[in-house]
Design a protein around this ligand. Structure first.
Ligand code: S3P
Length: 168
């Protein structure tokens, strides 16, 4: 399958907790591509955690850095990129995502919540009702995620390997 991609980058989009990083690493291994997680690139290049950036500079500043990182990554080929859940929010990001193949990992909110309920690394979920927040965010973003080239509906018991098989 790698041959048919002709070096195009693969962009994994979808909500926090959808498994973009895990699936992305597996995909990259199978394709012989390099793997990047946009949040990790942001943390390395700023020397701050995502939580710190949100707390000290705010979400708007984070979104700017996120776009810059995406633009930088899009200038390479043969990458698998796990993007942050909010990458779809900025119109300009789509021009970078469109350089490659966009894959939406679509996971039901209940499963997202199960995976994230004890997580403290997502600033947007550090509030009274994280499940409701997840529902609201998904409602706001669903039509954007749906603009992906591939829509992968993920079953609760599906393993990263099985998800990769289907994508490839
Ligand atoms: C966000 C998702 C996070 C991170 C930030 C904001 C979002 O990335 O970029 O906390 O707006 O959905 P993951 O999708 O990798 O958790």
């Amino acid at each position: 399958p790698g041959d048919r991609l002709e070096g195009l980058n693969l962009y994994l989009i979808g909500m926090m907790g959808a498994g973009k990083t895990t699936v992305g690493q597996e995909l990259a291994t199978r394709l012989g591509y390099r793997f990047f997680d946009s949040d990790m690139v942001i943390e390395q290049s700023t020397g701050q955690s995502i939580t710190e950036i949100f707390a000290t500079s705010g979400e708007a500043a984070f979104r700017q850095i996120e776009s810059q990182v995406l633009a930088e990554l899009a200038s390479y080929t043969r990458l698998v990129i796990a993007t942050g859940g909010g990458i779809v929010l900025q119109q300009m990001n789509w021009s970078y995502l469109r350089h490659g193949l966009i894959v939406w990992l679509d996971v039901p909110v209940d499963a997202l919540y199960d995976r994230l309920k004890t997580d403290s690394s997502r600033p947007l979920l550090q509030q009274a009702d994280p499940k409701h927040t997840l529902e609201t965010l998904l409602n706001q973003r669903q039509s954007l995620y749906a603009q992906a080239d591939l829509h992968v509906r993920i079953g609760v018991r599906e393993t990263p390997e099985q998800i990769c098989d289907r994508i490839l």
